[in-house]
Design a protein around this ligand. Structure first.
Ligand SMILES: [Zn+2]
Length: 285
């Protein structure tokens, strides 16, 4: 619960300009492409893909969201949900898929997540039917193609980017949160150099014109590019400072990224990001 509340507190702030916090509890299904939808509710986004061979969902994000999402899907199609993908194992994203399991959905994610998903002390995570190793898992469902792409450690050790090469859609969960200098507590397990590498690789290797962030109300290729620029600027400033012999404490006081000073909580949270980036450079994760 603490994690959920923290996430809600974190993301509430960036959504207030677009929508009051209470309104964010309303389910919103947005069509992005033909048969491709973003379901957003309670500061979490899911991807919904409707094909003539069933429905694919990425991330249930808890029981009440999954039930609301199922009701919205029923307004669009009579097809059953046949596949649920987990972008990554964090329980605030992976719990709550029982309603889809009950109608026969197959649960899929990267093999690196098996152990962590099996550790849910509240037993609210539907366990996996299919896992993949390596960098690409391609799913063909009717006329739709959905790929899970593994780029290594980022915000977690087994996070998959979700990519629809024919529809040019990218879903980026927890390693893409443009506009918000995230809360220090959220950085504990954030592999900053890994996240930077993931942002670099999706930008260089994938062809997309539509972006879903796991928490933002809406995103875009331009917002992802700004996120990459923030990560690049932070990496450059911190690595150059370390190379010049400065201590992490000095860097926390001196590193400024004025081109991102409009990002929410820039003043309060930037020093924690400098510190996490420094340790990420030192430790390699
Ligand atoms: Zn998250």
């Amino acid at each position: 619960m603490k994690r959920i509340l923290t996430a809600i507190a974190a993301v509430t702030a960036i959504t207030t300009t677009a929508m009051a916090a209470d309104d964010d509890m309303k389910p919103v299904m947005t069509e992005l492409k033909d048969g491709v939808y973003q379901f957003h509710m309670a500061h979490y986004s899911s991807l919904v893909v409707i094909s003539d061979e069933g429905v694919l969902v990425v991330d249930p994000n808890s029981e009440f969201r999954a039930e609301a999402m199922r009701a919205e899907i029923a307004k669009l199609t009579d097809q059953p949900v046949v596949k649920v993908l987990y972008s990554h194992p964090h329980f605030d994203h992976s719990r709550g898929g029982q309603i889809f399991k009950a109608e026969g959905a197959e649960f899929v994610t990267h093999a690196g997540c098996i152990e962590l998903l099996g550790r849910d002390l509240e037993n609210r995570v539907v366990q996996l039917d299919v896992t993949y190793d390596g960098e690409i898992h391609r799913i063909e469902l009717g006329e739709k193609v959905v790929e899970m792409r593994y780029f290594g450690s980022n915000d977690g050790q087994c996070n998959s980017a979700i990519y629809m090469p024919e529809d040019k859609v990218l879903m980026a969960v927890d390693w893409h949160l443009q506009g918000f200098v995230n809360l220090p507590g959220r950085l504990n397990t954030h592999d900053y150099v890994g996240s930077l590498n993931t942002l670099r690789r999706v930008t260089a290797e994938l062809d997309f014109d539509t972006v879903i962030s796991g928490h933002m109300h809406q995103s875009s290729p331009e917002q992802l590019a700004e996120d990459l620029a923030f990560n690049e600027a932070l990496f450059k400033a911190v690595s150059e400072g370390l190379a010049a012999g400065k201590s992490i404490e000095e860097l926390k006081e001196t590193v400024k990224l004025p081109e991102f000073s409009h990002w929410f909580m820039y003043e309060q949270n930037l020093p924690a990001h400098v510190e996490r980036m420094a340790y990420s450079i030192w430790h390699g994760h």
